[in-house]
Design a protein around this ligand. Structure first.
Ligand code: M6R
Length: 365
């Protein structure tokens, strides 16, 4: 049932506050500490981990990119994110001290399942983040952290993605606290902050009409670029896949610092560039990258936090996200990108819920 929404995708975008709430809250103690014992995940499995590998496909893999940044920042343990279809044919280095995190909405993606089986053969500790209860990946993993996003019908993954992020944040805070790389007080602060994402996401959804109007201006475009740095770059990868799969507009995600190494030659008058600038550490660098594309005639859709003061000359459209700490900006930024893809596709008349050539669960190689 679409509950009055024109498409499942829009309904699922609007279900995100609830998906995040249901995924986070049952796993938090009264003292604001993460508790994964409800998922029968014993603390001892984290004791000897000296390497983490995250494997997944598509949007789930993009969630993994955020997971890598979190774990490396909080634990200083090396993390690699592997595209499952590549990983399964490589000779990955894994042993019993490797934690392999497999992420999948459906729990049935063939390549992701194959990478899980490879990890198990190598004796790694396997933990999956899955939405569909009792799915093959969930059944075959040593441990499962379910996303409580509820059924996702639209081919484009939206609420599953932010629920996957929710699990990755909880897992990273839990892991860091157990390994004492953050104190109990810091952990409680992080969790408190994570809970504040729910109202921030609700506020982001109120930008709906504004983003609809921006989407309308993109309908005749055939190429679009997403640029960002750090966590924003990972979000650009997600923004780009979402736009491509449902609007059929070609797009590319670029680390903003890479523009000069090739892509800038494609930026000409009227080419739209979505510039995501939520990370304060690299904010001045992002602004100079935006000036570079603007100087070449790009039509800039700038996405920042509300608190940023911006020079009117560097953008054509501006989406101001509710303020969050930098580390949590992926939640609000993801939703702005989902709405942009959704409305652009609706105005182009595409089949939003069932894009051509794509299936919800990819059970073949
Ligand atoms: O079910 P999974 O999470 O394993 O699916 C992985 C990808 O096929 C999926 O995320 C795909 O990229 C989405 N349609 C993107 O919106």
């Amino acid at each position: 049932q679409k509950n009055g929404y024109p498409h499942f995708m829009l309904k699922e975008i609007f279900e995100q506050p609830e998906a995040i709430r249901s995924t986070i809250l049952p796993r938090i103690t009264m003292d604001n500490l993460p508790d994964l014992s409800v998922d029968q995940i014993p603390n001892r499995i984290f004791e000897k981990v000296n390497r983490v590998i995250i494997t997944a496909c598509g949007t789930a893999m993009h969630a993994g990119l955020i997971g890598r940044a979190l774990i490396e920042k909080l634990l200083r343990i090396p993390v690699v994110v592997e595209i499952a279809s590549e990983f399964r044919y490589q000779e990955p280095i894994m042993d019993e001290n490797t934690l392999v995190i497999t992420i999948s909405q459906s729990g049935e993606t063939a390549d992701t399942l194959a990478s899980l089986r490879l990890a198990k053969e190598a004796g790694a500790v396997t933990l999956s983040i899955v939405n569909v209860k009792g799915s093959t990946i969930a059944r075959e993993s040593d441990y499962v952290l379910y996303t409580h996003a509820g059924p996702e019908i639209a081919v484009a993954s939206t609420k599953a993605y932010t629920a996957q992020l929710s699990c990755l944040y909880l897992l990273s805070y839990h892991f860091a606290y157990l390994r004492r790389t953050i104190t109990k007080e810091q952990c409680a602060e992080y969790i408190q902050e994570l809970k504040s994402v729910i109202p921030a996401v609700e506020q982001t959804l109120q930008l709906d009409k504004k983003i609809d109007a921006i989407g309308k201006n993109l309908i005749c475009k055939e190429d679009l670029f997403f640029i960002g740095r750090g966590l924003d770059y990972a979000l650009c990868c997600e923004g780009s896949i979402k736009l491509k799969e449902i609007s059929y507009i070609h797009s590319e995600a670029y680390a903003a610092g890479e523009l000069k190494h090739g892509t800038l030659s494609l930026i000409t008058e009227g080419v739209p560039v979505v510039a995501l600038a939520t990370q304060s550490k690299v904010y001045p660098k992002m602004i100079s990258n935006i000036r570079e594309v603007k100087a070449r005639g790009a039509e800039v859709i700038l996405i920042t936090n509300e608190r940023q003061e911006i020079n009117r000359e560097i953008y054509d459209y501006h989406i101001a996200l509710p303020n969050t700490s930098d580390i949590l900006a992926p939640f609000t930024a993801a939703i702005a990108m989902q709405l942009l893809s959704y409305y652009t596709s609706v105005h182009r008349g595409s089949n939003v819920d069932q894009p051509r050539n794509l299936a919800k669960a990819v059970t073949v190689e």
